[in-house]
Design a protein. Sequence first.
Length: 438
Amino acid sequence: MPFADVRIRRPLSQAQIELRDKMLAEVSGDKYRAVSFKLMETLTVMPFSGENDIFTIMEKDIADIPHDAKTSFTDMRCRAAEAALKKYATPARVTLAKIYSILAKMNSISKEDADRLMVRECELVEKYAVPRECSKLLFRKAKSCKKRVIVAAETIYPYETVKNILENCGYGSYDELVMVSDIPDCTSESYYDAVLKKAGVSADKLLHIGSDVAFDVELPIVKGSKALLMAPPDVLMAKSGRVRGYAEEKDLFNFDDISYLRLRLVFGLYSLYAFDAPQNKNALSDFCCDEYMMGFLILGSLALAESQLKLSKMQETLIEAMQKNEKMVAGRDDLLDMFSVYFADIRDIAGCEGCQLPLDFAEKCCPANDRKFLEPYLSADTMKKWSRSVKEPEIVPIARNRHQQNALSRLADKMFPPNTKVRNIVDGILAKGHKHSD
């Protein structure tokens, strides 16, 4: 089954339906003759919970390539990207070819091997990019209303990769494509000027839809256009609850290791399917006040844990209750189906460390609005005991790019051996710094 054909059984919430319908009405309005979309995170997303997860999949590709690096491919690729950004100053001037040129020099890799790695990354991006269903509705509405549709590709990837992504995701009928990296001396303003030029209309006749407040909302408005914000799913997930932050905090410096990959992939699918359409936060809920999503994340993660779990008595009771809830079971089954479709070919390399953490969170931190879903299946005494044990979690804010933090971790490993008293103090300092940096 192609990724684009995966469907979830959970219906949109009423708030999501209302917001989606308002956006559709705006797109179809007579006052606009053209609609522009940002490509990445607006029209398409990746089913990962971290920007670097795709590099983890490439670890096996570097194994047979001669190089002198003593670190992971993820580390090599991230360092090369950081060096390219430093060299070219502006993100729009950084391309994948420039990154791999630097990667080859930094790690003594031949040009031929670097080119093969670059092609492999492009293949993976084409394979895993999926459309946001809400954005696809907006795109189709614009086309059906005879609007001119422009796609702005602010990405490091080359034209052919972008073209293939658009075709694979069902956006092949766009009218114009703006490759931001092709704009000479590109700035934020010149990027939007290029969009306006391709649209061929005055600014007030163009509606722009994107995921960045500064570049996709404020800038178009300053230029005289109307803009709609499609916040990225992972950002909406982070605002919706504390589960992901809780999981990261439990092993702050190792959460992005391959040993935690299955859990990170689950979070990626959770954000992709729960937060594709914009929605407002549900107060005092960490699972969107949604039984289905509780089962999706908690029971689904547990089902992917292949090692024997050490469960508390309360956890065993909670699992038994969840398995009696039809919506939670449906969420679990959908997660397993999706995981099989998306990640069957990398399941063997993905460690299952941390798959119990969503359950740990439910036992120790679950708020009343989420606990109520299990009340019909638990005794009054169990509910009271559960309620008394719940505490507010100490949360580390979610980092979209954790590479800089990992560098701090490696420095701490080098200077202060793990598990020593001094190292424990250092870890505490770094954790506090991580909170403030985000």
